[in-house]
Design a binder for this molecule. Structure first.
Ligand code: ZN
Length: 291
């Protein structure tokens, strides 16, 4: 099977202006998490973006994880994009291109604008030459456990006036924007800047990506999609569901622990969360399962 690019898998998200929806993008780390998100998407007849994150999975383990993703996606017949999440270096991008990823993210969001543009531009040149799509990040989506002053938090948000320049100079296929979400769990309540998001969606002609989809209230996620988001990244809530079931299953004598059953139950727990997210994003029933 051929993995879809972001351009292909996100193409229909905004074709009906009255009913925009988004494609879920899940990080995976092993067989159970791959099965959870792929089978979860398949059960909802949705397309899915399956992501490998270099911080979780060291490069030598990528071929094995990719083989798992490919086998599971083929078995489920799910329209899927194989995406590299938050690559910081060209070495990682090139490894992904060699392994058949259909999409990559280059994250130079903590660097000065000119450097972000240059590294993204280089990634786009190499990826597009292989028919692979590229996501980049402008502004910076941090971590929910960081303690930031109001000024620090504001300084990280994506600037509308830079976004158009960034797109034009990089030719990137999708843009991750910082509008108030954060990775992981929030210390307090997230405060999304929907006006900024709306303004960004008016000047940016490529799909917008929301990182930090976990622990963000459902109503905020729905509104973000209405204001222009087409891809929502999710890991933490899938991880927590997995761990919760795993922990309960390990609560007995080690010698008699049926590990395969415990892992299968943890997968089922993660899969249920994946299905909830698919439905929240409006992606259920949106996948072409006959193509
Ligand atoms: Zn992210």
């Amino acid at each position: 099977m051929a993995f879809l690019t972001l351009n292909e898998i996100l193409a229909d998200c905004r074709s009906d202006e009255a009913q925009p929806w988004a494609v879920p993008a899940f990080d995976v780390i092993n067989m159970e998490t791959v099965a959870a998100v792929v089978q979860g998407a398949a059960a909802e007849k949705a397309p899915v973006i399956v992501m490998v994150y270099p911080y979780h999975t060291p490069l030598p383990q990528w071929p094995g994880l990719v083989a798992l993703i490919r086998a599971e996606a083929e078995r489920a017949g799910v329209p899927a994009c194989l995406h590299l999440d938050h690559a910081g270096e060209l070495e990682q991008i090139r490894a992904a291109l060699d392994l058949g990823f259909s999409s990559v993210m280059i994250d130079a969001s903590t660097r000065p604008l000119a450097e972000n543009i240059a590294l993204t531009r280089q990634t786009v040149e190499e990826a597009h030459a292989r028919g692979v799509s590229v996501e980049a990040e402008l502004g910076h989506v941090g971590s929910g456990d960081e303690v930031l002053s109001e000024a620090e938090a504001a300084s990280r948000l994506t600037r509308v006036e830079e976004a158009e320049q960034f797109i034009n100079e990089t030719d990137v296929d999708a843009l991750a924007v910082a509008v108030g979400t954060a990775h992981g769990l929030y210390r307090g309540e997230p405060d999304l800047d929907f006006e900024r998001l709306r303004a960004l969606s008016q000047v940016v002609r490529v799909p917008l990506v929301l990182h930090g989809g976990s622990d963000t209230p459902d109503e905020d996620v729905r509104r973000a999609i209405a204001e222009g988001i087409s891809k929502v990244n999710i890991w933490t809530e899938v991880r927590l569901a997995f761990i919760e079931v795993l922990k309960a299953g390990l609560d007995g004598p080690v010698a008699s622990c049926p590990l395969h059953e415990v892992l299968a139950a943890a997968q089922a727990g993660a899969q249920e969360v994946a299905r909830q997210k698919v439905r929240l994003l409006g992606a259920a029933g949106r996948g072409d399962y006959h193509g």
